[in-house]
Design a protein around this ligand. Structure first.
Ligand code: ATP
Ligand code: LTN
Length: 327
């Protein structure tokens, strides 16, 4: 049996190099080996306030980027979460299974809610909706960045609990984390993950940044105090992060990159990293512009939603029956 893969990204801002290297790039690699479902998780986006017109555009932006990085709608199922109402339905049922204590321990909730006057209940119960996304498709593998590990562990616990209480219903999913790239750090602070919601745009490379902006952001990225280009995430987190990025966008091992810059300074290294990024991202940006302006995206998402709905319906039938719901 081919394995089933599921993952999702929120349409909440410009997709960063962190999202790409930690998640999107793996999505593309997996589509040849698995039956993959990739979702634009718009219902997750509204756990924080969103402007409706902007959200609509961002959904299409993100779907276009899925295609531009190489996802093929004939191989994978690409769709928007809110087009498949079973996500909300199973999300509710799982909210009735998850414990308040479990949700309180989620670090993403603590980070995103911190210092805010009003935090939505949806932001708190969000992991139940994420579990629903994954379990609806009987997913075996979930490629994500490291920040999602805790949510994946909770998803597994919920699937095990559900199966024990109501009979075998869900496949228990495995997390798929990259050894390298699972946590790309901010360019202005190597102790924080690169994030699309960081108020400082200089902290991240966005997938659609123009070449000069990419070069400038890399030239201004913080480095460590000594002058040596060495991979040591503990002692030299900033340079190690740049080495990881260099290695991933040029498909070289970190050792090869380090030896190529032996005896050279940060200046040369950053300049060439900027060029490597421009070379990697320019073709993606060209494809993105073609796709985004083609008017094809709505049709593709419509087809994707139909297929996703059919798969989700089979799971929901079993869920309703096993829980004892309905007339
Ligand atoms: P925010 O940055 O606003 O907190 P996010 O980028 O973490 O949001 P999503 O857009 O849903 O949220 O993330 C999509 C995927 O990208 C997830 O699998 C997430 O783990 C991964 N990801 C996000 N940031 C990084 C990063 N800095 N390094 C590696 N992977 C990342
Ligand atoms: N929680 C994730 C986004 C997300 C997701 C999913 C990822 C929602 N549903 C299902 C994988 C599988 C985030 O914030 N990055």
């Amino acid at each position: 049996m081919t394995s089933r893969v599921f993952s999702g990204i929120q349409p909440t801002g410009q997709i960063t190099l962190g999202n790409y290297l930690g998640a999107l790039k793996q999505f593309v690699a997996l589509q040849d080996q698995a039956d993959a479902y990739y979702c634009v998780v718009d219902m997750h986006a509204i756990t924080m306030p969103q402007d409706p017109d902007q959200l609509k555009e961002r959904i299409k932006d993100l779907a276009s980027l899925y295609l531009a990085v190489g996802l093929n709608p004939e191989k994978s199922t690409l769709f928007v979460q809110s087009d498949v109402s079973a996500h909300s339905e199973l999300g509710w049922i799982l909210q009735c299974l998850v414990h308040m204590g479990e949700l309180s321990r989620m670090t993403q909730f603590k980070e995103k809610g911190e210092g805010k006057e009003a935090v939505s209940a949806g932001l708190f119960t969000y992991p139940a909706l994420m579990a629903a996304d994954i379990l609806l498709y009987q997913s075996h593998l979930v490629p994500v960045g490291e920040d999602q590990k805790q949510h994946l562990e909770l998803t597994r616990d919920l699937a095990i609990r559900f199966n024990a209480r109501f009979g075998d219903t869900f496949t228990i999913p495995e997390i798929m984390l990259l050894k390298q790239g699972a946590r790309i750090m901010s360019l202005d602070d190597p102790n924080k993950k690169m994030s699309k919601s960081n108020p400082n745009p200089g902290s991240r490379i966005e997938m659609l940044d123009p070449p000069d902006v990419i070069r400038k952001k890399i030239s201004r990225a913080v480095t460590d105090s000594d002058r040596f280009i060495r991979f040591d995430p503990e002692a030299k987190p900033a340079v190690s992060n740049l080495l990881t990025i260099f290695s991933l966008v040029t498909d070289q091992s970190i050792e090869d990159v380090v030896s190529a810059y032996d005896g050279k300074g940060y200046g040369d290294f950053k300049k060439e990293l900027g060029e490597a990024l421009v070379a990697h991202l320019t073709p993606i940006q060209t494809r993105y512009a073609e796709i985004r302006n083609s008017g094809e995206i709505e049709r593709l998402l419509h087809l994707g939603a139909e297929k996703a709905r059919a798969t989700a319906a089979t799971t929901m039938e079993a869920v309703r029956k096993n829980v004892g719901l309905g007339s």
